[in-house]
Ligand binder design. Structure first.
Ligand SMILES: *Cc1c(COP(=O)(O)O)cnc(C)c1O
Length: 448
């Protein structure tokens, strides 16, 4: 008769050579906890089945438990979906220079809030400001944690307990729980909706300004498009009306671009410089959408308004950290040096010539010895250019159980995220970084 007394003790199991290695690698407390947990599982199983696992089996369970505990949940993946700014996959990959900058300021101490010339306390707000001024011609700039925070700060600091005019067609939800009307409510501003769902006229803005609102907000619709019987005044027209009434005009661009997307065969995504030129008093946009940098919210525009934002207590709560500021400054510098298309990964992906994508897909097919190279479409994502696609070449793998292959691709290290199309597994070379190709092909081979 086997009994629970035949189960090895924690101390006995700790003597094993393999367990000694775990202690070195993971530390004693975690190792002991994993062994206890494996022993508990063995006892529970004994109570149900009357079987006792041997030491080898118990240690195998302990090892699985340990591995699960120490594996991070935030892992790098290979994005083979062809969605350039995939929000679930972390949006924009950083440039080499941005990575290096973040690493060098965070491995040691930095001038985050230190003025080297005067040897005194400085401000973290200056780091990206001069670059943003140079790039956009804005009087002033402020960087916060993300663009949702930009909008919240602007509304809270400039419009709390007052009215904000916005067109009904712009009361959007952009995913991740960001809804313009709810942010408005959170800020304490009062929503003044104007126009109809599909059309808003300059006269609607003029009529709303008679109530003396705190500001006019224009929000980019980001992830959907209005088509058919629609109209909206130009930003420059709204700006004239706003200026006459002395009311600030704020443009939430969402993505915002510093390069013209039309140059790459896409539609034209509104540009930051255009909003300022059209007369917006403040413009806000994300750091990790078409800018191609780290997660950040960037606000640029009139110096007097930016000064009020900087002074508001909320600005402290949503401030950008040093990793972000270092990576953002390095990313902005690529634009200043006119090398963004070459150095910033998302622009490199967008600008990849179709012929090169075809060559890469064909080379994958040759290495794998299977798959078909097909003309297809990549999308930009990140709430920019809804409905717009870029032609690409895909590798399509015809397999009997595509769902199972997708699951197995996700189980690779690094995990591979692919697409499914009509029972075929689809891999788009556009979003796979060249240095990931070896891992991609090894992973695909193993998943097949
Ligand atoms: C994406 C987006 C935001 C939110 O930006 P995050 O950087 O994701 O916080 C706000 N407004 C618009 C119009 C957007 O497209």
């Amino acid at each position: 008769m086997v009994s629970l007394r035949d189960l090895p003790s924690v101390d006995q199991l700790l003597q094993g050579a393999q367990v000694q290695e775990w202690i070195v690698a993971y530390g004693r407390p975690l190792t002991v906890e994993a062994i206890r947990s494996a022993l508990n599982q063995a006892r529970a199983r004994f109570a149900q089945t009357g079987d006792l696992p041997n030491s080898v089996a118990i240690l195998q369970v302990a090892q699985n438990i340990l591995e699960k505990w120490i594996t991070p949940t935030l892992l790098p993946v290979i994005n083979a979906t062809g969605v350039v700014l995939h929000t679930n996959l972390g949006r924009a990959p950083l440039s080499q220079a941005a990575l290096f900058a973040a690493q060098s300021v965070s491995a040691g101490y930095s001038t985050l809030e230190y003025d080297l010339e005067r040897g005194q306390r400085g401000s973290r707000l200056i780091h990206a400001e001069a670059l943003l001024q140079r790039l956009t011609g804005a009087e002033a700039a402020l960087v916060v944690n993300n663009n949702a925070a930009s909008v919240l700060l602007i509304l809270t600091a400039l419009a709390r307990r007052r009215g904000v005019v916005i067109a009904r067609s712009q009361l959007v939800e952009i995913g991740g729980g960001f809804r313009v009307p709810e942010v408005m409510k959170q800020s304490g501003a009062r929503l003044i909706e104007i126009g109809a769902t599909n059309r808003v006229h300059l006269s609607d803005y003029e009529a709303a300004l008679e109530d003396k609102p705190a500001l006019i907000l224009r929000a980019h619709r980001s992830n959907f498009r209005l088509i058919g019987f629609t109209s909206e005044p130009e930003l420059s027209e709204i700006a004239v009306v706003a200026r006459q009434a002395g009311i600030p005009l704020v443009d939430d661009l969402g993505s915002g671009a510093l390069l013209d997307t039309a140059r790459f065969g896409l539609g034209h995504e509104p540009m930051v410089q255009e909003s300022l030129a059209a007369g917006a008093d403040l413009v806000c946009f994300s750091g990790d959408k078409l800018l191609g940098g780290p997660q950040a919210g960037i606000i640029i525009g009139r110096a007097d308004l930016i000064a009020r934002l900087k002074k508001h207590p909320l600005a402290r709560a949503i401030r950008a950290d040093k990793l972000c500021l270092a990576a953002l400054s390095a990313t902005l510098l690529h634009y200043v040096k006119d090398e963004a298309e070459r150095e910033i990964p998302i622009w490199r992906m967008i600008a990849t010539p179709l012929e090169l994508l075809k060559e890469r897909a064909a080379a994958w097919a040759a290495t794998l010895g299977q798959g078909e190279v097909l003309l297809g479409e990549s999308t930009i994502g990140g709430g920019s250019l809804p409905g717009e696609t870029l032609p690409t070449y895909l590798l399509a793998l015809s397999v009997s159980k595509p769902d199972r292959v997708l699951t197995r691709l996700r189980q690779q290290r690094p995990p591979i995220i692919a697409r499914l199309d009509e029972n075929r597994v689809i891999l788009d070379p556009r979003t796979v970084l060249p240095e990931q190709e070896r891992d991609l092909l090894a992973g695909v081979r193993s998943a097949l």
